[in-house]
Ligand binder design. Structure first.
Ligand code: BES
Ligand code: MN
Ligand code: ZN
Length: 491
């Protein structure tokens, strides 16, 4: 498990600055007005900060940009990082400033933030901690990462308290990234189920359903996806009951295909290695559950993940096979690479049947087509309930996580008609993400508000995003946590 940058909160003491080693960050607004901390650094450096602020360059900077003054005379520090930021900056502007500082820190230098002028310093700290991530367990050279963050503030306890729930989000997002980045020979289905079971140590109730239990429940469709793999299939249910006893929970359901070869409908070789992230939806669910537990959320939430591996073998399911879902409907499997929906349909049905949720959200790296539609900027959002959907879109917007609503409709559903069974698992070349969502909607009960998030484009990326380096992003943990905080928590 990667660990968060350690952060300590201390009372502002400017007399310690001259001797301080590592890096020191000061925050200055567009007008260039120096607060006492920046003034002291300016005096120690014989006016270097003021020269920067008065230069033409200062005017060209955007909120959240950083200029580093290296090896400043008059100070023991290796660098002074001057951050342009409005004093009341919050949301993404403040988080991007934190992310820029994480880059300057390079994952190793000790860093002191002189946060006194900022009204929402917790947002800067959050951005820094989120961006300060690297997936290193398989590098044989010893890690060069280290160093700590010290935050100076006039009311350090208040800032520490404001930071605590955000650190829980960062913990959840980091877990999500760790799981999503992990290759499939390490994160086998069994290893994955065991890692989730370990979250009992933070107060979650975790139940692992093995193949016998799944067969008894009638999850034949899910089992059909895993039957070609030597690794057994599982469903793991993680419960957080922080809300009122008896209140119906929110259900989160995740696709956990630890590796997707496509099965007998084998994928092409180029890029197949990326399919180690095909459990990204389930990793978001795990991340959110961790966040809720760590911050003691006053809400009832159940996270369910279907963990399988999609492999070709003599025992694998064939194109043309007909399988019966837990719901009882039959599916003609015309493409074994359209496996995610076959996993989700049974877990979604079980979620509603067993937990009677107030609402349900599923997450999946479901279709390549959503990447064609929305690229890597937005997840596809599908819903049967506009008010619920808008609550989510609002939360995603506030967290700076791209999300864009897509349509559903009878004409798309019609594309799933099968000659010999109740439905096919593919719709044809057109509207691939929508027909996948239509397939899932067939397993949503009439009165259950539901959102489907197709995160194939956003779960793992090839170029760094605002708060994440290349690789798994943790997209969704912050948005879902906010959705829960804003709509599902009891007083
Ligand atoms: N896991 C893939 C979708 C995917 C593609 C995720 C790219 C991340 C990046 C999914 O199981 C899949 O293979 N979908 C097929 C569906 C098709 C056969 C109807 C696809 O998108 O090609
Ligand atoms: Mn597939
Ligand atoms: Zn897949």
């Amino acid at each position: 498990m990667s660990t968060l940058t350690p952060v300590t909160f201390v009372l502002t003491d400017l007399d310690t600055l001259a001797a301080r080693t590592g890096r020191i960050a000061v925050f200055i607004d567009a007008q260039g007005k120096l607060d006492p901390g920046a003034r002291r650094v300016n005096r120690l450096t014989k006016g270097a900060v003021a020269r920067l602020v008065e230069s033409a360059r200062w005017g060209e900077l955007k909120d959240g940009n950083v200029v580093s003054l290296a090896y400043p005379a008059g100070m023991a520090a290796d660098a002074v990082d001057v951050v342009r930021l409005e004093r009341n900056a919050k949301g993404m502007a403040a988080r991007k400033a934190g992310a820029a500082l994480a880059k300057a820190r390079g994952g190793k230098a000790d860093m002191l933030l002189l946060c006194a002028p900022l009204r929402h310093a917790q947002e800067v700290v959050f951005g820094l901690v989120m961006r300060d991530y690297a997936f290193e367990p398989h590098k044989s050279a010893a890690s060069t990462r280290g160093g700590a963050l010290t935050v100076m503030q006039t009311k350090p306890e208040e800032l520490e308290a404001a930071c605590a729930p955000l650190m829980a989000v960062a913990e959840g997002a980091h877990l999500c990234r760790d799981l999503t980045n992990e290759p499939a020979n390490v994160l086998t289905t069994t290893a994955y189920a065991e890692r989730l079971k370990e979250m009992e140590s933070i107060g979650l109730k975790v139940e692992v359903l093995d193949e016998d239990a799944l067969a008894k429940l009638g999850m034949r469709t899910l089992l059909s996806v895993g039957q070609g793999s030597v690794s057994p299939s599982y469903v793991v249910a993680m419960q957080w009951n922080g809300g009122k006893k008896g209140d119906a929970p929110l259900a989160l359901v995740g696709k956990g295909v630890v590796f997707d070869t496509g099965g007998i409908s084998l994928k092409p070789g180029a890029g197949m290695g990326d399919m180690t992230m095909d459990m990204g939806g389930s990793a978001v669910v795990a991340g959110v559950m961790r966040t809720l537990a760590l911050r003691g959320a006053r809400a009832n939430v159940v996270g369910l993940v279907g963990i399988v591996e999609n492999m070709p073998s003599g025992n694998a399911s064939r194109p043309g096979d007909v399988v019966t879902t837990m719901k009882g409907d039959t599916v003609e499997n015309l493409n074994t690479d359209a496996e995610g929906r076959l996993v989700l349909c049974d877990v979604m049905w079980y979620a509603q049947d067993h937990y009677k949720p107030a609402a349900m959200i599923d997450l999946a790296t479901l279709t390549g087509a959503i990447i064609t539609s929305l690229g890597h900027e937005n997840a596809g959002v599908f819903s049967n309930d506009t008010s619920f959907c808008n609550d989510f879109l609002k939360a995603a917007e506030a967290e700076g996580e791209g999300a864009w609503r897509m349509p559903l409709g009878q004409a798309y559903d019609d594309l799933l008609k099968s000659r010999i069974a109740d439905m096919k698992n593919i719709g044809g070349p057109a509207a691939g993400s929508i027909t996948a969502a239509q397939f899932l909607q067939r397993f949503v009960k009439e009165d259950c508000p539901w959102i489907h998030l197709d995160i194939a484009g956003v779960a793992s990326v090839k170029s760094a995003t605002a708060l994440a380096p290349v690789g798994a992003t943790g997209w969704g943990v912050a948005s879902l946590n906010r959705l829960i905080a804003d709509n599902y928590e009891t007083e």
